[in-house]
Design a binder for this molecule. Sequence first.
Ligand SMILES: Cc1cc2nc3c(=O)[nH]c(=O)nc-3n(C[C@H](O)[C@H](O)[C@H](O)COP(=O)(O)O)c2cc1C
Length: 501
Amino acid sequence: MRFDRYTTPHLPSAIERMGAALREWPAIIQGGMGIAISHWPLARAVSLAGQLGVVSGTSIDTVLLRRLQDGDVGGHMRRALAASPWPDLAEQVISRYFRPDGRKPNQPYLRLPLWTLDSNRWQETLAMLGGFVEVWLAKSSHAGRVGINLLTKVALPNLAVLYGAMQANVDVVLMGAGIPREIPGALDRLAAHEPATLRCEVAGMPWAESPLIRFDPRSYASAPQAPLRRPAFFPIIASLSLALLMAKKSSGRIQGFVIEGPTAGGHNAPPRGPKRCDAAGQPVYDERDAVDLEAVSALGYPFWLAGGFGSPDALDAALAQGAAGIQVGTLFAYCAESGMTMDLKKKAMAAVRADSVSVRTDPDASPTGYPFKVADIEGTLSAQTRYEARERVCDLGYLREAYLSPTGKVGFRCAAEPVNAFVSKGGRVEDTEGRKCLCNGLMATAGFAQRQSSGTVESPIVTSGDAIREIRGLLTSGSDSYSAQDVIDYLTRGRRRHEEG
Ligand SMILES: Cc1cc2nc3c(=O)[nH]c(=O)nc-3n(C[C@H](O)[C@H](O)[C@H](O)COP(=O)(O)O)c2cc1C
C-alpha cells in the first residue's frame, strides 16, 4: 500500500472527498488496543509495512511511569522524552521515576493520584509526555503514518494525551467507547495551541450544566510556536445515528469512520434492541445492530469495517461493500510485536491450537456498563475463583464515572471499587456484581501488574474478538509466534494474488 503525502481533504463534493480519501489511506488499520497492547513497537511495525499502525493512548501516563520504574529497557522512554518539546519536564519525570535497575523484588509501582476535575499540572504533564513518547517512538525512522486510539469515556486525561501526540505529529486520532462529538473542534484548537475543553459527563447532572475539562497548551510553551498539523479524526461508531451525529453535529470536521460490529475485541456497543441475554448470559444482537453501509457511504467519508474482518476474504468483502478497508485487532493482539506478555500469548496460542479457547461477551465485567469481551485464558480473571479471590482496590481509577453528590459536589466512583465505597457514593449494589477492575487487569496483561499492599499481585485479563481462532491460520507448523508483517501478508494475500495474476 502506498503512502501519498498527507493533505486534509477539502473537496467540493462528497464523492470527490471519498475518492481522494480512498487513494490516500491504507486499507488495513491495526486497531488501537489498550492498555499498551498496541504499544509503539506494534504500531511502528504495521506502519513500516505500509498500513496504519495505531498506538493506544489509554492510561499512557501510568504506562510511561511503569516502564521507567522497570528500568526503561532499551532506553526508549528516555530517548523519546529527550526529544520532547518539554525537556525540563521530561528531566523531572526521569529523575522522579526512572530506576536504572528496575524495581526490587516485591516492590510495588509508584502510583499517580487518581484523575479528577482538579487534576494537577504534574498529572497533565505525564499524560502529555505519555502521548508524545508513544507516537514519537511509533513514528521513528520511517515515513509511514501512525494513529492514536483513546476511549471517549476516559475523558479526563484525553486532551493532554492528544496534545502530546500532536506534538509528535500523530496522523490520525481514533476514538470510540462514547460519543466523541467535541473532539474534532478540540483538535482544531490544540493544533493552534489554544485552550481546549471537553464536557465531563456527570451522572445526575444535565449535559449542558456539566463541568468542563480544560487543557491549556500555552501554559507549557516558553515561546510562541508554529501551528501543529491537525490530525485526521476517525470516530469509531456502531450505528448510523452516531455516524450522522458525528458528520453533522460535531464540533469540527471528521475525516472518516471506523464501523465496529459486536464481534470486535475490547468494549462493544450495547445492543440497540431490548436487553436480552443468551443462555451463557451474553447480550443478544440482531438486525437492529447492523449498520446501513450505503447510508454511511452517502455521507462521503471513507470508512473501515471492524469486528471479525481479520481474513483475506473479509478484506475483499469490505472493499466490495464500499469500505476503504478494515480495522483488525485480534490477529495483531497476539503477534510478536504486541505488548501482551509472552506468557499470555503462549497460553492463548496453545488454547487456540487445542481448540479449547472461548471468548465471552460479558455484560457485567466492565465498570463502564458496556459489554466487554473476555477470553477464557488460564491464570486470568476469566476464572470466577480468581475474580472472587481478588480484594477490590481502586488505585488507578481511569474508568471511574463522575456523579453528583447530595451536597452538589462532583465525585468519582467505580462499580469495581470496594462495594461499600461505591454504595456510599450513591452507587447501586447490584451494579457492582461481576464488575472487574479492568485498569489493574489490563495493566497486568501488558506486563505491568501492581503488587498491592496486601501482598497480592494483580491478575491479568485478556480481551479478544470472537474470531480468536483465526490466529490458527498464522501459526505455521511448529511455530508458536508470528509477526505483524505475517498478519498483513495474510490479510492481503488474496489481493496480491489478484494483482500479480
Ligand atoms: C486486546 C484488544 C484490546 C482492544 N482495546 C481497544 C481499545 O482500547 N480501544 C478501542 O477503541 N478498541 C479496542 N479494541 C478493538 C480494536 O481496536 C478493533 O476495533 C477490533 O479488535 C476489531 O475487531 P477484531 O478484534 O475482530 O479484529 C481492542 C481489541 C483487542 C483485541
